[in-house]
Design a protein around this ligand. Structure first.
Ligand SMILES: C[S@@+](CC[C@H](N)C(=O)[O-])C[C@H]1O[C@@H](n2cnc3c(N)ncnc32)[C@H](O)[C@@H]1O
Length: 388
């Protein structure tokens, strides 16, 4: 697939989910997207339908006759996955007739209904379905928590409501002054449903950034450092886990001149060194081992994308602190989903942040969550600590 095509798909994904969209606008975009929706979503490896169908399979086991409403069925990707798993009793609902027209050609659903998911009553009798599933239907300009009472009403007592969505849309799915999470709890407190599981899944959309540089982590991290140092562009900064120099490049663009790189891979550093960004580069592993660097050298040590499973973890924090000047900053930016893999020696990442603070080694300045870390699909976290 060409980069241009991938950019176009990405633009369409962003377009239908634009926070400013009202449902009319996004349904209009789905009308245009319907003929290409399946191919485009295959190209960006949209795994949501498969993951959700697997969850339903876990819930129903051998009961393949369960009556399932696919609410926001679109072109029927969820129905296809359910059919592949043996489910036979499927009904589709969507606000876009054009999307349903594509779904109907697949022979997956016994019937389909063009209807709008919102606070209004659906033309469906109560307690009809063993399961109501929504995949990708909750988002800005799509459906939101206002439709939950209706989804619950049409589900049999003992049946399941399975709602799968991209994590970044959750803040846009509240209703009537209350958040998405508030509504999940309100309906539980009111005895309408009971939470079985909230499962985080990686790789919801796994292919969108292939060949396209939508990795915004370095830029966001450099901007944070710029906020910390303002006009003082001469500060000595170590880019720890510098890789090919993406963070250094962003810092250089912002006027920083005094940059050094450290990375465990000489091959990555070789690429970085060709860019003329860093005054010095050090090939060294970040871990509990002592670095060959004197204490209190740097005004700032930055790590972006370096903390992850099989990368560095909290075991290297004491060294990062040791080589930073008193009053300097350690800025560690990582994808939020990777944090659970960054603990060390039986303690979590968050435990270690706090342990070093309790031990008077550093003081938290900010922990900032940022959207669009990678390809618009991941949330990043920038941890800023001031060394004491
Ligand atoms: C991202 S697509 C997902 C389609 C399908 N579930 C899938 O995972 O491939 C979102 C679908 O939700 C539908 N939709 C969005 N808001 C809706 C609403 N308020 N009521 C009914 N359908 C809606 C759109 O028409 C579109 O087909």
């Amino acid at each position: 697939m060409s980069t241009t095509r991938q950019e176009e798909i990405w633009a369409m994904v962003k377009g239908v989910n634009a926070v400013t969209n009202n449902v009319g606008k996004s349904l209009n975009l789905y009308r245009q997207w319907a003929p290409n929706f399946d191919q485009d979503n295959a190209d960006i490896q949209y795994n949501g339908p498969k993951f959700t169908a697997q969850t339903i399979d876990e819930l129903f086991g051998e009961n393949k006759d369960a009556l399932i409403l696919d609410a926001g069925a679109g072109t029927g990707l969820v129905g296809e996955e359910l059919q592949n798993l043996g489910f036979t009793n499927l009904v589709a609902l969507d606000g876009s007739q054009e999307m349903l027209d594509v779904a109907n050609q697949k022979g997956v659903y016994k019937s389909s209904v063009c209807s709008f998911l919102g606070p209004d009553r659906l033309d469906i009798d109560s307690r009809q379905y063993d399961c109501v599933v929504c995949v990708g239907t909750m988002a800005a300009g799509h459906a939101n928590a206002s439709c939950l009472p209706e989804l619950i009403r049409i589900t049999k007592s003992g049946g399941y409501v399975v709602i799968a969505m991209r994590e970044i849309h959750i803040p846009d799915c509240g209703y009537d002054g209350k958040s998405w999470d508030d509504w999940l709890k309100i309906h539980e407190d009111n005895g309408l449903w009971k939470k079985i599981e909230i499962r985080n899944v990686e790789n919801w959309l796994s292919g969108v950034y292939v060949g396209v540089n939508h990795y915004y982590g370095p830029k966001f991290t450099a901007q944070k450092i710029d906020e910390l140092f303002g006009e003082n562009k001469d500060v000595l900064i170590l880019d720890a886990g510098a890789g090919t120099g993406l963070v250094g490049k962003e810092l250089q663009n912002l006027g920083f001149t005094n940059l050094e790189a450290l990375d465990g891979s000489q091959d990555m550093l070789d690429v970085a060194n060709q860019k003329g960004i860093y005054k010095r580069s050090i090939c060294s592993l970040l871990g509990p081992n002592r670095l060959d660097i004197d204490p209190g050298q740097y005004d700032c040590v930055v790590c972006a994308g370096t903390m992850a499973a099989d990368h560095a973890n909290a075991g290297c924090l004491p060294e990062l602190i040791r080589i930073t000047k008193s009053g300097g900053y350690v800025v560690i930016a990582t994808r939020e989903a990777l944090i659970p893999d960054c603990g060390y020696d039986g303690k979590s990442w968050d435990d270690w942040l706090k342990i070093h603070e309790d031990n008077g080694l550093w003081k938290k300045v900010e922990i900032r969550r940022v959207e669009n870390w990678l390809a618009g699909f991941y949330v990043g976290v920038i941890n800023v600590y001031r060394v004491i």
